[in-house]
Design a binder for this molecule. Structure first.
Ligand code: GZL
Length: 307
């Protein structure tokens, strides 16, 4: 749609029909499906025409979708990049076509910050750090080594890189805390279960699991139980996201701590789309507000959780 032409008979919310092209990572986790629901609901609420593509966690599918959006001359492009690297070429094509780009959820490592208008999403280093700080506190009285296994998110993704970094920095405060194994479970339940099975076979005395998202933690709970151990007791479990199934596991004592990562970015995204389409300035970085949960806090929060 041509940008900037004003409708004479406009009876809507004052905006001409804005077309937004959105490339989504996939549907790999409860977080992702909640994020997709938030984006679709907010687009409808804002009367923004949404062209939505699910990339099934493949970067080449996202690049193809963005090129299609450029061909279709959408007004704005937004996407959650499955991995951090390899975006400069297609983002330059969007810039040359005069189509503004918004990053949501995950970031890219492009040096050229003019390739996108803003990045709306969580601080993943902070999420990793909060997880580690809770564990340092929880294991304060430990006199010997505390063996940690880590289920990393999708290899090369910003949340995996940053959560790992923040967690490692925080646990360095206690030399007893040691990561004895660390591997990607690709943010899925199946991946978490598969890798946890391997961890359990190779390491007889695991004390803690740090999983980069609830879904991998839930998969790991199946493997831990099958190995005859009690999740949340024999193996302390710390995860990130706070989706409903994760919060239920926390309330049930199978998890011990969750750092929240809110997927409800839809309303803020649509507000940004309207502002950018109207040529207004927007902040280069908008950080999602979120908190953390213990088992007690999960019990209290569960009835009101939106996702
Ligand atoms: C984080 C998001 C991650 C979630 C996972 O913002 O990118 O991807 O933590 C999801 O559950 O798969």
């Amino acid at each position: 749609a041509a940008c900037g032409n004003s409708d004479t008979g406009d009876t809507g919310g004052g905006d001409d029909n804005i077309v937004l092209g959105f490339s989504q990572v996939g549907a790999e986790s409860g977080w992702r499906t909640a994020n997709t629901s938030s984006i679709k609901a907010a687009a409808a609420e804002a009367s923004i025409e949404l062209k939505f593509d699910d990339a099934q966690q493949k970067q080449e599918n996202q690049i193809r979708a963005i090129r299609n959006f450029i061909q279709q001359k959408v007004d704005v492009i937004a996407f959650s990049p499955v991995v951090e690297s390899g975006w400069d070429t297609v983002l330059k094509e969007a810039k040359d076509a005069g189509i503004p780009v918004i990053l949501t959820d995950r970031a890219v490592d492009s040096a050229d910050k003019t390739l996108y208008k803003t990045f709306l999403g969580s601080d993943f280093v902070k999420e990793g750090r909060l997880s580690g700080e809770w564990l340092v506190e929880h294991t304060r009285s430990a006199t010997g080594p505390v063996n940690i296994v880590e289920l990393q998110g999708t290899t090369g993704s910003a949340p995996a890189n940053d959560r790992k970094k923040g967690f490692a920095e925080a646990i360095s405060a206690n030399p007893n805390l040691k990561i004895i194994a660390s591997q990607s479970g690709d943010f899925t339940r199946a991946g978490g279960k598969q890798v946890m099975e391997q961890f359990l076979k190779a390491n007889p005395d695991i004390d803690v699991l740090f999983a980069h998202n609830d879904d991998m933690g839930l998969g790991a709970v199946e493997a831990i139980t099958a190995a005859g151990k009690t999740p949340g007791k024999d193996i302390v479990i710390v995860t990130i996201d706070a989706v409903k199934d994760g919060m239920q596991a926390l309330a049930d004592g199978k998890f011990n701590f969750i750092a929240e990562c809110s997927p409800l970015l839809g309303p803020q995204l649509m507000d940004l789309v309207k502002k950018i389409h109207a040529g207004e300035q927007v902040p280069a970085r908008i950080e999602t507000e979120e908190t953390t949960f213990t088992q007690e806090q999960a019990k209290e929060a569960l009835p009101n959780r939106k996702y």
